[in-house]
Design a protein around this ligand. Sequence first.
Ligand code: MTE
Ligand code: MO
Length: 236
Amino acid sequence: MDGRGAPVGRRIVLGAVGLGAGAVVAAPFLQRQVERGLGAVADKDPTGVSGLLPNGGGFRYYSVATRVPRRGADDYRLTVGGLVRRKASYTLDELRALPQTRIVRDVQCVTGWRVLKTPFEGVRLSRILDDAGVRGRAKAVRFVCFDGTYTESLTLAQARRDDVLVCLRMQDKALPHAHGGPVRLYVAPMYFYKSAKWLSGIELTDEVVPGYWERRGYDIDAWVGRSNGRDDAPTT
Ligand SMILES: Nc1nc2c(c(=O)[nH]1)N[C@H]1C(S)=C(S)[C@@H](COP(=O)(O)O)O[C@H]1N2
Ligand SMILES: [Mo]
């Protein structure tokens, strides 16, 4: 895999979360049809009720882990470590007490669906990095999730952009579990796979450690429109 070819192995779990129904594991070739079906239901719903379902409103629920624990004000922690001067561990309240930034941008998944003008709100990642005191040797950031499986990465320069948030709110509501709550990453200029859900760890590293999808063929530099996460990607 040279990184430019068709990404493979994208097994998506589309979960009917919150409805008591079990998760559906869609084979890659089925995923698009399944998503189209769900999207079609939402699009044709004159009551708007489907917009109240987890990840309604055009979003799809994605998780590579079949079960993800719930964490809240009592037990959520975001740790910051690796090549930093001051390791840190934030509670939800501590994150809420930091300056919040709200940005309204489009969401674009590599499988083609997009949701325009979505508000995201949270703490700039750059603020958290500054507070930790990034060491000179650090070149990249690795993100770890409490689903136990997903990881992501950014170069330090990307991580310091002001449109990269440690996000506590989405669509002007507290981030629900299905969208990666209580805390997810939001990397506005990149495909949505960079926006790690259920964020639990930020680690400064001396080189980029490719994330979950990046080890499976997706570009590390996932700029929308300028990477292989294009929206006509086959069987993602
Ligand atoms: N922890 C975790 N984060 C993740 C994913 C995942 O499977 N696990 N999927 C990514 C992908 S491919 C997409 S498109 C978005 C989907 O976000 P949503 O479920 O809020 O729509 O989350 C991204 N972040
Ligand atoms: Mo995605």
